[in-house]
Design a binder for this molecule. Sequence first.
Ligand code: NAD
Length: 314
Amino acid sequence: MAKKYQTALVTGGAGFIGSHIVDALIRRRLKVYVVDDLSSGSTKNVNPNAHFTKLSILSPQFPAYLKRIKPDVIFHLAAQVNLRKSVDEPFDDAQRNAIGTLTIAHWGAKAGVKKIVYTSTGGPMYPEGARMPYSEKTSPGPISPYGISKLAGEMYLNHTYHVHGVPYVALRYANVYGPRQNAKGEAGVVAIFAEQMLKGNAISITGTGKQTRDFVFVEDVVRANMLAMDRKVIGPFNIGTGKETDINTIFKKMKKITGYELPARKAPSAPGEVLRSALSAVKARKTLGWEPKVKLDEGLKKTVVWFQKNNHIS
Ligand code: NAD
């Protein structure tokens, strides 16, 4: 059977999740282009068989680049990814995430793209207090600039679908963790714990540590992206496990894996910190045939092994 898509563009393909999507597309023998401005990504993550260009999707050169490479499918992950930063710098967030996604939708349609797989967000999309785990039937009610700009992205893609006929899928991820996650700054808790535990550094847990998140392993997220490309589906899909795990539990599990011995320090809660979050992926199971396969213990071990091997330990 002839391949449906020959060429793919991955925006943000030098980042944590994007680089794993690039690897999967190359395994499937697509010609893969990557654009990334390296604001938080690294060329170390980029598969040598991909065609990498250091470029911001907001740059005036981007539309001409897109017209030249003419991808069949775009995986759009380039974004300002930090919820807390979006509160301090909402204009940068809106530029990168809302205008960034409009750029992909508008110029993608003009360049003849056949499908866009967009990376949205789960937890920040839904109003706190709504029934858990959140389903796509829950009306979005983002209150952070990050959640708002990700929702705006979905709506621009919906517009492009209706006006220009470009199908899109918006994958609303839970908390993704795994190899290559950046452990700097406001990164995911698993990456921070892995790095700090392996270095033997002190670790702080904010608030009671009983705040919960839904942790989904990056390999499972990549599979969701492949299914989103292959299946004839449109619109939003939650990608999560439906299970809540609190930060104290993550700390304990990772302590065991790494042999870390220090107790966690207490730190004040971050203002506006979400107390609970979990996503129901029933729609993804029924419509995409997607289910998370990697259990938390296994995913945490794989992540720690990667941090041990990859020079993060000084
Ligand atoms: P990441 O920081 O590793 O990846 C983002 C990439 O986008 C980086 O490589 C960065 O350099 C690049 N980038 C940013 N602005 C750009 C621009 N204007 N032009 C070109 N490249 C640009 O973070 P990640 O966790 O891999 O996030 C990937 C996507 O997944 C993002 O859209 C993020 O919002 C989304 N997401 C992540 C999670 C998670 O738990 N990690 C959860 C929900 C959604």
